[in-house]
Design a protein around this ligand. Structure first.
Ligand SMILES: Cc1cc2nc3c(=O)[nH]c(=O)nc-3n(C[C@H](O)[C@H](O)[C@H](O)COP(=O)(O)OP(=O)(O)OC[C@H]3O[C@@H](n4cnc5c(N)ncnc54)[C@H](O)[C@@H]3O)c2cc1C
Length: 459
């Protein structure tokens, strides 16, 4: 069986890599001139800049398994301990996010009235079953309006850059819904889960010996993972190859491929569409308009990454992982990662790197600004929010017009309908961040699972 994988982001690469390591033939077709999609690291003027994602949590066995198989485990770099501290901009200043319930009671992250309302979470009732609730509605029921506006909206901004009133809690944070279903109260659920985990462990044992749980990257940045996958795939990962059409011919698939201006056809027994949803929609349109419409209905939030690098001695090293700005603050920054504090090896000693995020579902217009305007915006906001007045020696902008898929209310039903439609098309699969998880860990886990299912189905 030959599997054609459309899209050479992390999702497509992982599928092809796994198929090949299970002895199956697979080819990746990637439209741009490089593999990795949103994942990429550039070295510039002594700074290691991430183009999109910065890190992953070392708690996903699939990611560890992949790193191990690629001989990259020794290159995993955990974040500095300082990265455990995080900040949220609220009520006119950056405030530390408390790391424990006692710290929460003593912190100034929320006014007292809002903190008391959070404690009232213990008395929250369950939602009616089967309701696809918005993250905001779920948050207001459990934590109250202020905590939802300040904390929950900041957290989702850091992952989805979305609209808290539109995102589906079940699709974006399934563990929260599970906690509610099983324990009614999230606080009670968290306490009981922790207790159960402690009891299940023999004294002295750790819950997952190999997984540190730490925020992590690789030596050389996330590009190291892409390079290892690319090297393993060799010529079977083809860049500059745009898939323009897809047709069913008997029990096989025929792809129309435009490879650097040369049009060719490629036959495959199975096709994995790992491109963004709007590309997948176009490819599916002539084949199955209903399926295409379902996939095409997934919205994306644009995002711009503005890197600001500072020379030694020009600005103090910032504390903690970085800060998030709840959209209700009305600022123009989604947040900023203190990249040089989190992963000091990504800069020369003494230098400082801020990775600022702009845009998202609430301010998509900002991503259309030209590069000087985006740099000016990030500098003005960093000055206003974090007091950074120095002039950066390095500026770089990476723009993602269709950056983060939005799992809005209705996403779970949409996914069920997509899965149902796909039963009409044996030999066709979809994967990628648009469907069942946007994080790198999700993309890797889903990619490995899909490849294993294909191998199992193919005998
Ligand atoms: C700014 C930003 C910051 C992020 N931060 C984090 C983070 O810190 N941690 C984390 O876990 N996740 C993060 N994410 C999310 C994560 O990076 C992405 O969800 C993930 O990389 C998506 O991978 P993918 O392969 O599914 O999609 P993509 O990376 O979008 O890959 C799809 C590929 O398909 C190709 N393609 C498109 N059309 C065609 C065609 N017709 N023919 C052939 N190929 C085609 C594209 O060029 C692209 O390479 C971030 C995302 C962004 C944008």
């Amino acid at each position: 069986m030959t599997v054609a994988v459309v899209g050479g982001g992390i999702s497509g690469l992982v599928v092809a890599w796994r198929l090949r390591s299970r002895g199956r033939a697979a080819v990746v077709l990637e439209t741009t001139s490089r593999l990795g999609g949103a994942v990429g690291t550039r070295a510039k003027q002594g700074f290691l800049l991430e183009t999109g994602p910065n890190s992953f949590l070392d708690r996903e066995p699939a990611t560890r398994e992949l790193a191990g198989a690629l001989n990259l485990e020794h290159k995993i770099r955990a974040a500095d301990a300082a990265a455990k501290r995080r900040y949220v901009y609220t009520r006119g200043q950056l405030r530390s996010v408390p790391a424990s319930p006692p710290a929460f009671l003593g912190s100034d992250i929320l006014p007292w009235s809002a903190k008391l309302r959070v404690m009232g979470e213990l008395f929250t009732g369950r939602a009616a079953s089967g309701v696809d609730e918005s993250l905001a509605d779920f948050g207001r029921r459990h934590l109250g309006a202020t905590a939802t506006r300040v904390l929950l909206d900041a957290v989702q901004t850091g992952i989805f850059a979305g609209d808290v009133e539109r995102l589906s809690v079940g699709a974006t944070f399934p563990p929260l819904v599970k906690l509610e279903q099983e324990h009614r109260s999230l606080i009670l659920g968290a306490i009981r889960t922790q207790r159960a985990q402690r009891k299940a462990l023999p004294a002295g044992a750790s819950s997952a010996p190999k997984l540190s749980g730490a925020l992590s990257t690789f030596e050389g940045g996330l590009q190291t993972l892409i390079d290892a996958l690319s090297a393993s795939l060799g010529d079977d990962a083809r860049v500059g190859a745009t898939v323009e059409g897809l047709t069913r011919v008997g029990d096989r698939w025929r792809l129309a491929v435009n490879e650097r201006g040369q049009r060719a056809e490629l036959d495959a027994s199975h096709v994995v569409l790992a491109a963004p949803a709007y590309v997948t929609q176009k490819l599916l349109q002539p084949l199955d308009a209903e399926l295409a419409a379902r996939v095409g209905g997934i919205e994306y939030a644009p995002i711009a990454v503005v890197q600001l690098g500072f020379d030694v001695g020009t600005t103090p090293a910032p504390d903690g992982f970085g800060f998030l700005v709840p959209p209700a603050e009305g600022r123009r920054l989604l947040g900023s990662i203190h990249a040089s504090t989190v992963f000091p090896f990504r800069v020369e000693p003494g230098r400082v790197l801020y990775t600022c995020m702009v845009g998202g579902a609430k301010r998509p217009d900002l991503v259309g600004l030209d590069e000087p305007a985006l740099v000016a915006l990030a500098r003005e906001e960093l000055k206003a929010l974090a007091g950074v007045t120095a002039t950066p020696s390095l500026t770089e902008v990476f723009r993602w017009p269709l950056g983060i898929p939005q799992y809005n209310v209705g996403h779970l039903a949409r996914m069920a309908a997509v899965d149902q439609s796909l039963t009409r098309w044996p030999g066709l699969s979809l994967t990628g961040n648009a469907y069942k998880g946007v994080g790198l860990n999700d993309c890797i886990r889903n990619g490995l699972q899909l490849a294993d299912a294909l191998v199992a189905a193919g005998g």
